[in-house]
Write a protein that binds this ligand. Structure first.
Ligand code: KE4
Length: 430
């Protein structure tokens, strides 16, 4: 029996001081009917909890740890930067370097603004779309999560869905009324929305590969359809690549799919684990932002030298190591191991993977949107999660979350992951 007694004790204390004992809901392990462990430290592919249990980590702080935890290049860069000043609130050269790198990596991004979270990035992207087009309506898709932005926290994914609360209290009906929620992967629903109200729609925002309802892929031609219909009606296409950007490819999903959005929200990997978000796109749109244009946005710590140094170090290391090619190889190895486990027990569960992002769905058959995902066997998932965790592998504590492989995951980790996956499946299905 795994000892997590100190974690349990800390959690009791945390709940006296912090709502739900966590600073972000999905960490509370509510969807797996348990209590979270508390981490002591993390390095490479491993994490150690306060009770001394070692685990192979496939959450990777929800995406940023693409090199693994505490990579030397990032730690050294942050240490060097800190000695020069922790925060300035004054333009600094790091900001130009990371802006240049983002524009180089993502051709659709001609200008970029750094912020401090993915939520800030998506929130400002839709404000910019409204300011640029002079329109108010936004279209988003069920199951897509774009951070806790009032007008986007409607039929959201991730923690909102995990808690079974896709709509949040505190969002005025007037805000929600400006957000049209459509099913993902159903072009006819988008056509109808534009036919009825196209001249009032400022933008479509979507995760091009929805990864807050597991990991879902667009049907053939769907992203191009969205690009075409937004162009036809003068609305903007916003890709929320906070999770997929710099993760599934150097240039994100838009590189893989050859689609050029008008704006892109980014985050996670570009912060190297420090608080960073960014949004960018067409220069004519971005120049609507203050101080040049009429759309206001600001941030005390935006462009912070530590966060910029961390992101720059991580992106440079990924380039130097041809990281995206290597992650595909590691991902193939992991997928083969998982499928071998499924074959052994005669379960044809649906497994989606793109590069280093993956999701094992506890159901069989095709999955095209969040309604399909809702058909999963959540009880089996919960048993799998704890079975794998007790065997030393930490997968995301929700069926609605994706998993992340890093460059630090070794062949030995893969072997242990297969063993733990088998243990999880045994716990789930006997
Ligand atoms: P943050 O504000 O949490 O930095 O980013 C919000 C966000 C925006 N867009 C996408 C596609 C995202 O996945 C996220 C945040 N992702 C979740 C994990 N599914 C963060 C984990 C959490 O909420 O604790």
């Amino acid at each position: 029996m795994i000892d997590r007694s100190l974690s349990n004790k800390l959690f009791r204390r945390a709940k006296e001081l912090i709502p739900g004992g966590v600073n972000s809901p999905v960490r509370a392990f509510r969807s797996v009917d348990g209590e979270p462990f508390f981490v002591r430290r993390a390095r490479g592919s491993k994490i150690w909890d306060v009770d001394g249990n070692e685990m192979i980590d496939y959450v990777g702080t929800w995406g940023p740890a693409i090199l693994g935890h505490a990579p030397s290049c990032v730690v050294d860069a942050v240490t060097r930067a800190a000695k020069e000043g922790v925060s300035f609130g004054i333009p600094n050269p790091h900001e130009i370097e990371i802006a240049q790198m983002i524009c180089d990596f993502v051709p659709s991004v001609e200008k970029v603004r750094m912020v401090n979270s993915g939520t800030e990035a998506t929130m400002t992207a839709i404000r910019l779309a409204r300011g640029f087009t002079g329109r108010d309506k936004i279209i988003k898709f069920e199951g897509c999560y774009h951070g806790h932005v009032d007008s986007l926290l409607v039929a959201a994914g991730s923690g909102a869905l995990t808690l079974g609360q896709p709509d949040s209290a505190g969002v005025p009906a007037e805000f929600a009324a400006l957000t049209t929620i459509l099913p993902y992967n159903q072009p006819e629903a988008v056509e109808k929305a534009f036919e009825e109200d196209g001249e009032n729609i400022a933008a479509i925002i979507l995760e091009p590969y929805p990864a807050n309802a597991g990991l879902v892929f667009p049907k053939e031609g769907y992203l191009q359809f969205l690009r075409d219909i937004t162009e036809k009606y003068g609305a903007l296409l916003i890709f929320d690549e906070v999770m997929t950007g710099f993760r599934v490819a150097r240039g994100g999903v838009q590189e893989l799919e050859g689609i050029t959005p008008d704006l892109t929200a980014m985050g996670k990997v570009i912060g190297g684990g420090l608080p960073v978000g960014a949004f960018g796109g067409r220069a004519d749109i971005m120049d609507y932002l203050a101080p040049v244009g009429p759309v206001y946005q600001a941030g005390t710590l935006s462009g912070n030298p530590l966060a910029m140094s961390a992101g720059l170090a991580q992106l440079r290391e990924m380039e130097a190591q041809k990281g995206w090619e290597r992650l595909e190889t590691i991902g193939q190895s992991m997928e083969a191991g998982v499928r071998e486990c499924l074959n052994k027990i005669g379960k044809n569960l649906t497994f989606h993977r793109v590069g280093s992002m993956f999701c094992l769905f506890f159901m069989e058959g095709e999955i095209w949107n969040v309604d399909d995902v809702k058909r999963c066997d959540f009880d089996a998932f919960t048993k799998f999660f704890w079975g794998a965790l007790d065997a030393g592998v930490y997968f995301a504590p929700s069926q609605y979350e994706a998993g992340f492989i890093s460059l630090a995951h070794t062949a030995d980790d893969m072997e242990k992951t297969v063993t733990a996956t088998a243990a999880g499946l045994k716990a789930a299905f006997g």
